[in-house]
Design a protein around this ligand. Structure first.
Ligand SMILES: [Zn+2]
Length: 330
């Protein structure tokens, strides 16, 4: 059952770096196949105005009615194998997380994504092709101040040994992602980093999705993931990576989980000022931590600012907290 998507949204980077909302300078088109469907799909990323946020326009629906779906946590309908927004009957888009990660990582607040099928193209399994497309289109200011979510209180979700948490920090957006797989090829590893466009491009965007070879073979037999191949997935065998080219980073697996977390946290609808940490997390837990944060207005404030600490002109919406409470730490 899909949840209501009534909120005003914007999406984008990590608020404090620039004070203006951004969008693309020009449209850009990509095509490929969906990893879960194996079907060809074409997407066009288009510029959008201030406060539009990131939204998907799903075309090619049998009813003939195009459907606009906001990239917002309230519109998430599934998180099992990938993150899906919208609903199956009236039009959904699956596997949005890698494009959302590129938008969030590069600080793009506003864009419209036209897509003519139910699943995003997997391309090379990383966010790099999306970063390259956004770079080719160029970015520009929307002429409006950026807004962001400031975490005021620590929130945490836990399922058995897995957890995710968001806690307040003085500035920026920091992620700390840890994985712990039984596979000796993947093992336990951790990546912690402040998110900036430069760090995202260099250290996160190229990290590809991965799967255990035995699972991939099982999926194929069951008719799932027919689009998965060594062109778009790092296949992990019992003792080694199957792909002949090997890994792009020695710790590519945890970097991809970091990439996914950036894409899922983008579904908050605004850049975040806070510190995220997860252990054995995934799409479900990432969406759950955003749900938990935004469920209680005492957990966060939505700020609008002019950038530097001293010059910040901060508007505060709806929490009852005073301007003075934020004057020292922006
Ligand atoms: Zn992924």
């Amino acid at each position: 059952m899909m949840r209501q998507c009534g909120m005003q949204i914007t999406a984008g980077g990590y608020g404090m770096r620039t004070n203006q909302q951004t969008t693309l300078k020009a449209p850009v088109t990509l095509s490929g196949i969906g990893v879960h469907s194996g079907n060809p799909v074409e997407i066009t990323l288009r510029p959008a105005s201030a406060n539009h946020g990131i939204a998907f326009l799903r075309t090619g629906i049998s009813s003939g009615n195009d459907r606009l779906i906001k990239a917002h946590h309230a519109c998430v309908s599934a998180t099992e194998l990938c993150t899906v927004i919208g609903d199956v009957e009236s039009g959904a888009v699956a596997t949005i997380e890698h494009l959302m990660s590129a938008f969030f990582g590069l600080g793009i607040d506003n864009a419209l994504v036209e897509i003519d099928g139910p699943e995003m193209p997997i391309l090379d399994g990383s966010a790099l092709p999306f970063v390259n497309a956004i770079d080719a289109a160029g970015t520009t200011s929307c002429g409006a101040k950026r807004r962001w979510i400031k975490v005021l209180r620590t929130v945490r979700v836990q399922v058995e040994r897995s957890f995710a948490e968001l806690r307040p920090i003085d500035r920026g957006f920091r992620l700390d992602v840890e994985i712990d797989f039984e596979s000796p090829v993947i093992g336990r590893s951790r990546k912690a980093m402040d998110l900036t466009p430069a760090s995202y491009r260099r250290e996160i965007a190229p990290a590809r999705t991965f799967g255990m070879m035995r699972d991939v073979e099982r999926y194929w037999k069951a008719g799932f993931a027919p689009g998965a191949s060594l062109e778009n997935t790092v296949a992990v065998g019992e003792n080694a990576v199957v792909n002949p080219e090997g890994l792009r980073f020695a710790d590519e697996f945890v970097r991809h989980k970091f990439l996914d977390a950036v894409g899922d946290l983008a579904l908050a609808g605004l850049p975040i000022q806070g510190a995220y940490r997860s252990y054995c997390g995934g799409h479900r837990m990432n969406v759950a931590i955003i749900d938990a944060l935004l469920a209680d207005r005492a957990n966060y404030a939505i700020l609008e600012g002019a950038g530097t600490r001293r010059e910040a002109a901060i508007a505060e919406f709806g929490t009852g907290l005073t301007l003075a409470a934020f004057a020292g730490d922006l």
